[in-house]
Structure formats: structure tokens, C-alpha cells
Design a protein around this ligand. Sequence first.
Ligand SMILES: Nc1nc2c(ncn2[C@@H]2O[C@H](COP(=O)(O)OP(=O)(O)O)[C@@H](O)[C@H]2O)c(=O)[nH]1
Ligand SMILES: [Mg+2]
Ligand SMILES: [Zn+2]
Length: 340
Amino acid sequence: MIGTVIAVQANFYQVRLDSQVTLLCTRPTRLKKIGQSVLVGDRVIIKSSEFERGAIAKVLPRITELERPPIANAEQILLVFALEEPTLDPVQLSRFLVKAESTNLRLILGLNKVDLITIDEKEQWSIKLKNWGYNPYFFSVNTQEGIESLKKTIQNKITILAGPSGVGKSSLASILIPELDIRIGAVSGKLQKGRHTTRHVELFELLEGGFIADSPGFNQPNFDFLPELLINYFPEAKEKLAKNNCKFHNCIHRDEPDCVVKGEWERYEYYLRFLEETIVNNQKIAQTKNQESTQKTKFKSDGTKYTEPKLESKKYRRVSRKVSNQELENLSFNVFDEDE
Ligand SMILES: Nc1nc2c(ncn2[C@@H]2O[C@H](COP(=O)(O)OP(=O)(O)O)[C@@H](O)[C@H]2O)c(=O)[nH]1
Ligand SMILES: [Mg+2]
Ligand SMILES: [Zn+2]
């Protein structure tokens, strides 16, 4: 039997079989031993089920893999914003677009609450976004306008739903996912709490086939990639770079001479602003790493913490889970939770 892992709870995996049955599965120690991870989104082969339990026999090769949130085989991000209520802010929108572009997944931009703007306003946004390199879906959950074409783009794929609070993500999810109320109501206690943690991912099956991934992630997107990558996350600038090269191969398109990116395009000032932020962020990450490698946290007998220098410093150690989790708290978003 083949299925898709839709949720991970402690050592159990909820697998949605292609036969439309959901099965609770375990991961045999054999898979653990060979270092085979099982992620939400993984396509898995399941061994015979007894007592409505199965065992994951094999994880099929992944098409894509994302670290934050940890998800396999997600093909695209559906970034939802509202055109009004709250007012669409170009800088905030760009921030989310850049963060989403940095995953290198296909990006679909959906603009909800089209019922609240005039045809002229819609046309203006359309032109503006075209200049940025986007062709958004305008829709309204309230009037159902544009919902059908949106459905077609997410059919039979795993799509990560993202966007800030109040734009209508939960409203959209409730019309796309029939089982949503049941599933959200079904998780209780410790698991309910777990739903709010930033590393939690869960898949919800769409009526028309495919899945929506609900995960913490982009509410206040921070830029944790290298500064020199930022330009690739502006499609309109990337286009310039595809045609011409800057004089310096490591150009960050700020003060360098003979730069083909610098100049008259609407979002160049956003680029410069985000570039500063990215540089500062990278410095912070480097600092944290450095501190971690030279300082060791110890506990006194009364339980209070203190640090002392480490004897040998491991300069190239990876950021500890604790630190990366702290970073993640800043990106928290939870699509389907009512109490964001
Ligand atoms: N006018 C209008 N309001 C909407 C539409 N979709 C959602 N809303 C409202 O926007 C508010 C926030 O919606 P919600 O789904 O909770 O947003 P979320 O925070 O992104 O999950 C709610 O009051 C919804 O009723 C729409 O298409 N038009
Ligand atoms: Mg919500
Ligand atoms: Zn340049």
C-alpha cells in the first residue's frame, strides 16, 4: 500500500493511503538505523496492517524537501494576502514574497477580499504586480469569485498555505478542506499545544485531491539566507541578471560600479532595505555561533545558569536546535488556528 504522511505525532505517523483511508503507522528501527527520516509529505510504502496499524517499509524518493518547516514533496506555496481589511502594504507583501521565493518552491500569489475593492483598484494592483513579476489570483472567499481557478492551481499537489493574520487563510481553508473542522477539533491536550509550535506541520486533504500544508512559518518573515542570494528573490531583478552580468561576480548591487541591477525599478528601495536587514541577520547568526562555540553553559548547585569558556572551541559547529528554535519563534504563523 502506498500513502502520504500527513502528520507526525511522537513516534507515530498518520498516513493517508491512496485508497482514502488514514492509517496510524510506526517506523521500524531498521529505517531509523539507516538514518532514513520520515517527514510529513513523504510518500511511503506501508507493510501489512494489523489492528488498523501499519509499519512504514520504505520512503520513496523526495521531489522537494524543506527544512523549515520540515516537509517533503511540497511543490508550491500559496501566499495569501487581502486587498483590503487589512490594507495591502507593498513592503509587507514584498517581505513575504521574498521569504517564499527563498524556498525555491513555485509561488502562487492569491489576493483575497476582491469584493472590497473597485475594478480600477484591482487593475492598478494587477499592473503593479506584473511589474514585480507576478500574476496574482484575485478572489473572494465571501462571494466565491475566483475560487474555482484557485482550486485548479492547487489540485493534486502539496501546497503550503502562508500569509499574515486576518487575510482569510482560515476562511479559505474551511471551504477547500471538508475534514478541517473535524481534524482541528480532534486534536486535544498536549497535541493541541504541539500544533502551535513552529516546527509542527500537518497536511489536510483537499476535496479535489492534493493537500494543503498548515505549518508555522512566515508571519514575520526574517531573512536567514545569505545577502548575495537576496537579488534572486526579486523576479524583476533576476530577469535583468539573466540578460547581463554585473562587473563583479559577487556584486550585492548596492555601491558597486557597472552594476546591471542598480537603478530605476519600483522595488529597488525595498531590495536595499531588505539587504541591510539580511546583512544584520547574518551577523547575528554568526555571533551566536561564535558565542556558542567559545562559551559553555553550566548550572550551579542552586540551579542558576552561568557560562564559562570552553576548553576547545568548535568553530564550525552548527547552530544548536535551541537557537534555531528561538529564531523560528519569530516566524511563527499558524494558518488554521483561530487564536493567532
Ligand atoms: N470582505 C471579506 N472578508 C473576508 C473574506 N474572507 C475572509 N474574510 C474575513 O476576514 C477575517 C479574517 O479571516 P480569517 O480566515 O480568520 O483570516 P486568517 O487570519 O488569515 O486565518 C474574517 O472576519 C473573515 O470573515 C472575503 O473574501 N471578503
Ligand atoms: Mg487563521
Ligand atoms: Zn550588481
